[in-house]
Design a protein around this ligand. Structure first.
Ligand code: AKB
Length: 315
């Protein structure tokens, strides 16, 4: 029987992934956890417990209490917020991952899922169609923690047989919940401003290309990877996956087709340097070959879907 604990369940990815896992395995087999008690109301369809991921004893207690067999460890501090408190970001991102891996090893869990990010790449990484294996010299504490985390995942897999699986997500875009503290967040905010009839002030310059992915594709990639037979999961650091790539100017133009009066202004801030150190686009041939990854959404299709759903939600 599969019983899943999700950390950071109320976050941008967690909100949608928890729902998808609930649909797959039944809400009774899902334990959503979050640091905020207020998140409870988001999860009427499954179990909920408050969990600070720094508290490894409580994590273990919950694993035992709910007879957990898989952990999806989503809680983390992202790139932009991380730069404001580097040491705490390192501590939270690393300590919580190590607690999850230790629990998986000691309690013989079936599987662990842990998200990595395109933030593992850096200034000397080739920017176009960035390969799976390449120079990795991240310049954010978030990127450093994801790169070290990938190596820890691979270590626990190799030394202790922990079945840990991971994806290097690009920027994620969805309408069900807001992102928190990332460099790619502009690509969500811009849709809200278009619908609210406001001018969007973009914190990146108009030509900053970044790899991005619509949430529906991110959920599909995660579930496809987690359901793939063990022997197909040949990479135990983390898989490159690609959805689409665009610049602020291009997403703006795709919105203009639906909202012709929408206006944008460019005011790059400290996040520009982070974006400049990340790839423009990603080569995901290993994910395609190993477990059949294929994205469904391009920019035009995503914009249509985002605007349609957000305008209903914001009515
Ligand atoms: C961020 O911008 O920090 C995240 C990421 C790309 O991992 N969205």
């Amino acid at each position: 029987m599969t019983k899943i604990l999700i950390t950071g369940a109320a976050g941008q990815l967690g909100s949608e992934l928890t729902q998808a896992l609930g649909n797959l395995f039944g809400g009774d087999n899902i334990l959503a956890t979050d640091i905020n008690e207020g998140a409870r109301e988001k999860f009427p369809y499954c179990h909920f417990e408050v969990l600070n991921v720094m508290d490894s004893e409580r994590m273990l207690e919950l694993v035992k209490k709910y007879e957990i067999t898989q952990i999806y460890h989503l809680a983390a501090i992202l790139s932009a917020t991380g730069e404001k408190n580097p040491l705490f970001t390192w501590k939270l991102n690393m300590d919580s991952l190590l607690s999850v891996l230790e629990i998986a090893k000691n309690e013989n869990l079936d599987k662990v899922y842990w998200p990595s990010s395109i933030a593992v790449f850096g200034t000397n990484t080739p920017v176009d169609l960035t390969p799976q294996y390449t120079a990795m010299d991240p310049n954010t504490v978030y990127g450093i923690s994801k790169l070290a985390g990938e190596l820890w995942c691979s270590y626990y897999n190799e030394k202790f047989g922990v079945d840990v699986r991971s994806i290097r997500y690009p920027g994620l875009i969805g309408y069900k919940s807001l992102p928190g503290g990332g460099t790619t967040d502009y690509a969500v905010d811009i849709y809200y401003k278009a619908i609210e009839g406001k001018t969007y002030e973009c914190f990146l310059n108009e030509d900053s290309y970044l790899p991005m992915m619509y949430m529906a594709d991110a959920i599909k990639a995660t579930i496809d990877l987690m359901q793939a037979p063990k022997e197909q999961v040949k990479i135990r650091t983390s898989y490159n996956v690609s959805g689409m790539s665009f610049s602020p100017k291009e997403i703006y133009q795709s919105i203009l087709k639906h909202y012709p009066d929408f206006k944008i202004e460019y005011k790059p801030d400290f996040r520009q340097a982070i974006a400049d150190s990340w790839p423009n686009s990603i080569d995901d041939s290993h994910a395609r070959e190993h477990w059949g990854w294929k994205p469904t959404y391009d920019l035009a299709k995503m914009t249509e879907d985002m605007l349609q759903n957000l305008s209903i939600m914001l009515e």
